[in-house]
Design a binder for this molecule. Structure first.
Ligand SMILES: [Zn+2]
Ligand SMILES: [Zn+2]
Length: 277
């Protein structure tokens, strides 16, 4: 009956997270869903993210912790302020996407439940149209499972695997701090937060690739605004403010000045001058 969902579509989405994940469909008491967990832990160790289609039109996400519950709580309790802030940002996105959170990872109460092997997080969205379809599962994966995985990854200090290295190769050789800029520009988690908060349109020229290229419009890149000379590893870094989405042309253009790129404001002024003439 559930043949409408292709697990391949979800696996494809999972591969864009920057985190190695296992994905499995699950049917429990006639309730259909997908289970997803970090590749280096077993299903019994957890944490396991379970997205379910419930009732006539609901989707819910639960995060369950298994045998590793205790070490994970300890890890979460040791999380830095920056990690908790980032994690909170991701959890806020879940609510922005109209999922109401019943209990959250960051409540101490939920954490004490976690020790008992119960669900440490639950969020539900009502009125999901065609809630058994592949399309709706993919959409919920993108809007709730992804940020939930990122929130947990932040809390437990889970590092991403090497993100795409193609965009900035060859540019700005030299200074070591540039490595950090590149990492931040390429990080999938940073990208997700930046695009969700600022939108997938160019922050300089306003170009919206989705309007021009439709489905093929996922070409917006992420640029690190902070001048390299001021970049400090210790400073709390906020991908909502310190990064800006740019179209590939504007991104190239800001990096024509090296090692410190043009600021978005400087480039915007150049554009305005040109268009004004
Ligand atoms: Zn642009
Ligand atoms: Zn850049």
């Amino acid at each position: 009956m559930n043949s409408r969902l292709s697990i391949d579509a979800i696996k494809e989405l999972a591969s864009t997270t920057g985190i190695d994940l296992n994905i499995k469909t699950s049917t429990n008491d006639g309730i259909f869903g997908i289970k997803c967990w970090f590749k280096e832990f077993s299903l019994r160790e957890g944490p396991v993210f379970i997205l379910r289609a419930e009732g006539l039109y609901r989707h819910s996400l639960e995060i369950q912790f298994g045998m590793l519950a205790r070490p994970i709580i300890n890890q979460i309790n040791r999380a830095s302020i920056a990690q908790i802030q980032r994690s909170t940002d991701f959890l806020k996105l879940i609510e922005k996407h109209e999922f109401s959170i019943e209990h959250s990872l960051l409540d101490t109460e939920s954490l004490s439940e976690l020790a008992l092997g119960c669900s440490a997080f639950k969020a539900t969205k009502l009125k999901v149209s065609d809630h058994l379809s592949e399309h709706s599962f993919c959409e919920s994966f993108e809007k709730i499972v992804k940020p939930a995985i990122y929130a947990v990854a932040e809390l437990i200090g889970y590092e991403e695997f090497e993100p795409n290295a193609e965009i900035l190769d060859g540019e700005m050789e030299g200074a070591l701090t540039l490595k950090l800029v590149k990492q931040r520009e390429r990080s999938r988690r940073n990208r997700y937060l930046c695009l969700e908060y600022q939108g997938a349109i160019c922050g300089i020229c306003g170009f919206d690739p989705k309007i021009v290229y439709g489905e093929a419009g996922g070409i917006i890149e992420i640029h690190h605004k902070q001048p390299v000379s001021l970049l400090n590893v210790e400073k709390v870094f906020d991908p909502k403010k310190d990064l800006i989405p740019l179209c590939p042309s504007c991104h190239r253009a800001v990096h024509t000045k090296r090692p410190i790129p043009w600021t978005p404001e400087e480039l915007r002024q150049k554009l305005e001058l040109k268009n004004g003439n």
